[in-house]
Design a protein around this ligand. Structure first.
Ligand SMILES: [Fe+2]
Length: 197
């Protein structure tokens, strides 16, 4: 039987706070989550204490996150962005970047920690992802914001598709997303809910 997949984020609470599911926020949270995994892996490589179990866990989780992230971007986000900004090249570049990452993910899927090139492949994947993240967050996302694209609608599609993909794969990835606590309104609601002191 497939494992129960946790919700993508605390939807009901988030909806009470903002009433919206922002596509860029979802994708950015994926970026932060995967960068955190890459940083943890890098530390394990530096420590070099033979902790192969954790290394494999990190690689499996990051590859799962990245595969789903790339799929929703290609299926939903990029086509909507290309239409909104009138630039197909944006999609082509991103697709080529994803193909490079997918090759590494496929190779890593057949390997065990301790195999020759296991660490190297994951580190190279992390570098490629950092480039992808920089390009999206510094170039694409600001253009999307200016384009007036309905990010709430796209966000809802992305969230639904991510959930489907997790269920299809029987994945047990902790996808609970952090809630932005910078707004005074959010803090007030969370305090009332007893979730903040
Ligand atoms: Fe991305």
């Amino acid at each position: 039987m497939k494992k129960q997949v946790p919700p993508l984020h605390d939807r009901s609470l988030k909806e009470r706070l903002t009433g919206k599911v922002d596509a860029i926020e979802i994708l950015t949270q994926d970026h932060r989550k995967v960068q955190k995994l890459f940083r943890e892996f890098q530390k394990l490589v530096e420590q070099d204490d033979g902790n192969t179990v954790r290394k494999e866990e990190i690689v499996r989780e990051a590859c799962a996150l990245l595969t789903i992230h790339a799929m929703v971007e290609e299926e939903i986000f990029y086509p909507a962005v290309a239409r909104a900004v009138g630039d197909n090249e944006i999609m082509n570049i991103a697709k080529v970047e994803h193909d490079g990452c997918n090759d590494l993910i496929e190779q890593l899927g057949k390997m065990r920690a301790g195999d020759e090139f296991f660490d190297a492949r994951f580190i190279v994947l992390g570098e490629a992802m950092n480039l992808h993240i920089r390009e999206e967050e510094h170039d694409m996302f600001p253009r999307v914001h200016k384009s007036g694209l309905d990010l709430d609608l796209i966000g809802r599609h992305i969230e639904k598709r991510q959930q489907e993909l997790l269920v299809e794969r029987g994945m047990d990835v902790d996808y609970i997303r952090d809630i932005n606590l910078t707004s005074p309104h959010a803090k007030a609601v969370l305090t009332k809910e007893g979730l903040l002191p």
